[in-house]
Design a protein around this ligand. Structure first.
Ligand SMILES: [Mg+2]
Length: 352
């Protein structure tokens, strides 16, 4: 049997690092990339200087600033991050043709057969890290393992700037002391169920009979049992392009009226249409997302036979969904719109 060698590359504090490249005077200062605190913005990313004060992604910017009042706050510039990300991914592609980008700043590389010898993996990882630093000015952490799960968990073990290699055969032992929540696929509810029977670490899971876990967790049981043993057969898959394009905003105040959501959808429709047009795509599905003041969230979609990238069409479909599914009794906190089920090609308006 061939032992696979998988790298997981994760850029360190990526958005903050890109902003610091643009403005080197930010280096070393606590930096938050996030929305306006007066408009209930949230932290998209923070550098390590800010994290030292307890700033974390997804907390409100206002809260982050209470923890670290001296932090510089910069609104996210996603198109810039996408451009830099594309350069990083191109560089990674030079190391292996089998690359799977898993987010804007993370990717798996299948290095099986790409190395002079398996023992050369850590050295190659450090070389890759160095090249990302010298060519793009960015820091990355690399995890090395015999599968995607282990590579990803290894990468997290020594951030920022680490290279961590888990030797084949040592997977289960590496995972054993970690809390169950560290394992992908275990959310708070599952963790709660496990805690009730005294299962706290991944090692505890591995000691359970597979049947018990499947009885408790249903269809997920087998997968979680395999993960807990460090087993993961998922291949590194070269990704097709993004399958949806979306936008969303959190309103500065909870919204009761009908005009603002409709106006917001109109603007979003224009932006989504523009992005589709730039990529020469049309979309068949439009999805509306609403989050109410109590954080309950609904998403509703409409799929039509005709694909479109016209702002008016997208807007019409969005407003249909809003009229049909909005709960009038609750004010809206967040609204989002996305398009998916892409068809390649330019929209041709029907001839009269
Ligand atoms: Mg990262």
């Amino acid at each position: 049997m061939i032992v696979r060698i998988v790298f997981h590359i994760d850029l360190d504090a990526f958005y903050a690092a890109v902003e610091t490249l643009q403005d080197p005077s930010l280096a070393g200062k606590p930096l938050i990339i996030g929305g306006d605190p007066r408009r209930r913005g949230v932290v998209a990313s923070a550098n390590y200087a800010a994290r030292a004060f307890g700033v974390r992604s997804a907390m409100t910017t206002a809260r982050a600033l209470r923890r670290c009042p001296q932090a510089v706050v910069i609104p996210p510039r996603h198109s810039l991050y996408r451009q830099v990300s594309a350069r990083v991914m191109a560089l990674l592609g030079e190391y292996s043709p089998v690359m799977e980008q898993s987010s804007i700043d993370e990717a798996f590389l299948d290095m099986t057969g790409q190395l002079p010898a398996p023992a050369a993996a850590p050295e190659t990882a450090r070389q890759l890290q160095q090249e990302i630093q010298t060519r793009l000015g960015l820091s990355a952490s690399v995890g090395i393992g015999s599968n995607k799960l282990i590579a990803k968990m290894a990468g997290k073990a020594d951030k920022p700037g680490g290279v961590t290699c888990v030797a084949p055969g040592a997977e289960a032992e590496f995972l054993a002391p970690m809390p169950v929540r560290a394992l992908g696929g275990i959310g708070p509810k599952t963790a709660q169920k496990l805690a009730e029977i005294g299962v706290k670490t991944i090692g505890d899971i591995a000691r359970l009979p597979e049947e018990d876990l499947s009885r408790m967790l249903g269809a997920n049981g087998l997968l979680i049992w395999q993960f807990a043993h460090g087993l993961d057969a998922r291949p590194v898959q070269t990704r097709r392009r993004a399958r949806s394009i979306s936008r969303e905003i959190t309103f500065a105040h909870d919204v009761y009226d009908a005009a603002l959501p409709a106006e917001t959808l109109k603007k979003m429709s224009r932006k989504l249409a523009h992005r589709l047009q730039k990529r020469d795509l049309t979309a068949r599905t439009v999805t509306l997302k609403l989050r109410y003041d109590d954080f309950s969230t609904v998403t509703r979609s409409i799929t039509q036979a005709t694909a479109t990238n016209s702002p008016a069409d997208i807007d019409r479909r969005a407003r249909f969904l809003l009229a049909k599914y909005r709960n009038q009794a609750r004010p809206i906190r967040l609204i989002g719109l996305s398009v998916s089920r892409f068809v390649k090609g330019v929209f041709q308006p029907p001839l009269f």
